[in-house]
Write a protein that binds this ligand. Structure first.
Ligand code: MN
Length: 290
């Protein structure tokens, strides 16, 4: 097995607001492209940010999605989701919301009402995972994954644990079902501990330092809130925690199909994009109350 070297370390760029509830750094496509990051086509990261108390929850009002899945991972704070296919719920610290928009949903995402009243530290990741062409127009689906449902693998020598959100870690299956091979892990590594991860060479592989700093492959220090993209030159990389660390690890097989993207629609051709706008404008995405 060869070393998977680092292609780049990306520092968090100037944040922008999505609606009034998500203060995010965009990492994907960001300094890369959807094609390079395939099957991960978007990643917004709300690094720790303190929201003041409010009686009117902040967030993003009704908006459409078609052709992919939105995955929200909550690290701090609580959010409430709803969609026009009837999916929805509240996720809090350690929980994951996996929404398959597929043929199309209307979606809204807000800080949870009760949480909003006290406010506080908020930290969250939203990923868009692309769907293979054959699944883009399948029925919408919703997976509410509470932290209790996520398999935790305890590492040897009290090094920490791995939460398997999707895919597999050493034979332990993830909680989420996916349409293409994807591994999504939350690695919690104690200060000073070191571990090796291994993924197929051709998979698109990256990680986000959610908490703490780490040293990768014995040669690269990566600070908190930075994103790392690995090269497709090997399988294995090492992570040594320089603090108690939380690391979101992503590795997925590229779908390798054409990408036609505009705003909240990610399809394979321009014609399908135009159809998406037509279908949205003629009410075919259903109804969702504001
Ligand atoms: Mn959305």
């Amino acid at each position: 097995m060869k070393t998977k070297n680092i292609e780049k370390v990306v520092k968090p760029g100037t944040p922008h607001f999505v609606g009034d509830g998500f203060r995010v750094h965009n990492f994907i496509p960001g300094t890369s492209t959807m094609k390079r990051m395939d099957p991960f086509i978007m990643m917004d990261y709300n690094s720790k940010y303190n929201f003041p108390p409010t009686d009117i929850p902040k967030g993003v009002g009704v908006h459409p999605h078609r052709g992919f899945e939105t995955v929200t991972i909550a690290y701090k704070g609580r959010v409430e989701h709803g969609d026009s296919a009837g999916g929805g719920g509240i996720i809090g610290e350690g929980d994951v919301q996996w929404m398959t928009a597929a043929s199309g949903v209307l979606h809204k995402e807000f800080h949870e009402t009760e949480w909003s009243k006290t406010g506080g530290e908020f930290q969250m990741v939203q990923l868009w995972v692309n769907l293979p062409a054959k699944d883009k127009m399948s029925s919408p689906k919703y997976q509410a994954i509470s932290n209790a449902d996520i398999k935790k693998v305890i590492l040897a020598d009290d090094a920490g644990e791995v939460e398997v959100i999707a895919g597999e870690y050493q034979g332990n299956k993830g909680a989420a079902s996916t349409f293409s091979p994807i591994n999504m892990l939350n690695l919690k590594l104690k200060k000073g501990a070191k571990t090796t991860l291994s993924f197929p060479k051709h998979y698109t592989t990256g990680l986000l330092m959610v908490e703490g700093d780490a040293k990768l492959n014995d040669n690269t220090n990566v600070p908190q809130d930075h994103f790392v993209l690995f090269s497709n030159d090997g399988e294995n990389f090492t992570i040594e925690a320089l603090d108690d660390a939380v690391i979101l690890v992503l590795s997925g097989e590229p779908i390798n199909e054409p990408i036609a993207a505009h705003g909240p629609f990610v399809m394979n051709t321009q014609e399908e994009l135009i159809q998406a706008f037509q279908d949205f404008n003629t009410g075919k995405f259903g109804y969702l109350e504001d």
